[in-house]
Design a protein around this ligand. Structure first.
Ligand code: SF4
Ligand code: SF4
Length: 330
């Protein structure tokens, strides 16, 4: 274990979260997820595999009006969530130079559910410009979201019972039999991931299939993903792979490609589950610059200590002055 004396373990550089949590020098290397959204096809095999392996109850099959998204976001019963984002924006190189800015994607979606005669009646008099390669589809982004297994995990830092803990693989896991349902971790998570079940208030989230890791197997979602959009492995290797993939995409004209959560210098010390995105994080419902919510605790305690010392000093001075005054009167 590296020396932790005098270091701020709540923010900043943290090369070995498992070691600093007490695991010996021989602990396994840190593992994680690299989710490459550029090859996600929205099949939801990851959502299904996650539910099946972890025996997660169903959470309603609702028509949300948000494309093919029927779970809306991560929650106590949704540990993988596939977002569907429809955009009137050209694809990467495939549609360079084609302007879709005047296209109403929702009107087109409504048309597609109408009968042929209705569609013909509603067809615009002058159709929009065709794509350079003759295709008519619009850009459709899909991304499988998950707990980020943060390097500095505020959920874990604020948990009073030890239900949340850092594993030997550097991941963050919640033990439902120890959770007392206080809910402190819920507002602490900068990504809004961890969530309570209504029935008893206990919290649940992705464990990165801790039981499978212990048996030398990859998590169920990564195993099930048919396109390798979800890649699992040693975090350092995944970071290298991800950088190479971004360069490859840029070279082929997909200049929007960027990484999200891979940098150890970001506000949470880097995510154990990071992403390749094709647009701004906000488009996918991700915070643009997340910061671990416990980052300022050490300086807050320092300021509180200084304030308490000042108050005590003031009280002592008043008592001393009062005592001297009484002596003078005698
Ligand atoms: S994303 Fe939220 S729930 Fe997951 S480890 Fe980070 S703080 Fe905890
Ligand atoms: S299994 Fe893979 S391709 Fe299918 S939705 Fe999940 S991430 Fe996308």
């Amino acid at each position: 274990m590296s020396s932790i004396i005098g270091r701020n373990l709540l923010a900043g550089a943290e090369p070995d979260p498992a070691g600093d949590s007490g695991y010996g020098a021989g602990h396994p290397e840190r593992v994680g997820f690299f989710t490459d959204t550029s090859v996600c096809i929205g099949c939801k095999a990851c959502e299904v595999a996650c539910k099946e392996w972890n025996a997660i109850p169903e959470d309603g099959l609702e028509l949300t009006g948000m494309s093919y998204d029927n779970t809306q976001g991560l929650g106590a019963d949704t540990w993988r969530h596939v977002a569907f984002i429809e955009q009137s924006k050209p694809l990467g190189q495939a549609q360079a130079g084609v302007d879709h800015s005047g296209v109403d994607v929702f009107a087109l979606a409504a048309q597609s559910s109408e009968t042929p005669s209705q569609t013909a009646a509603a067809a615009p008099a002058t159709p929009g410009p065709p794509a350079a390669d003759g295709r008519t589809e619009l850009r459709w982004l899909m991304a499988s979201d998950v707990c980020k297994h943060c390097t500095h995990a505020a959920c874990l830092d604020v948990c009073p019972t030890g239900a949340l803990f850092r594993t030997e693989f550097g991941t963050v896991v919640v033990q439902e039999d120890i959770c007392n349902g206080c809910g402190y971790c819920v507002p602490a998570c900068p990504y809004g991931v961890i969530d309570q079940r209504k029935e008893d208030g206990r919290v649940w989230k992705c464990t990165m299939c801790y039981d499978r890791l212990g048996a030398g197997q990859e998590p169920a979602c990564a195993k099930a993903c048919p396109t390798d959009s979800i890649q699992f492995g040693p975090l350092d290797e995944l970071r290298e792979k991800a950088k190479a993939r971004v360069e490859q995409l840029h070279a082929t004209g997909v200049t929007d490609a960027r990484l999200y959560g891979e940098s150890p210098d970001d506000g949470v010390g880097g995510d154990g589950a990071f992403f390749l995105l094709l647009d701004e994080p906000e488009v996918y419902g991700l915070p643009p610059a997340p910061v671990v919510t416990t980052r300022d605790l050490p300086s807050m305690w320092r300021h509180a200590g200084v304030a308490a010392a000042t108050v005590l000093g003031g009280i002592a001075t008043v008592f001393a002055a009062h005592g001297a005054q009484r002596k003078g009167l005698r």
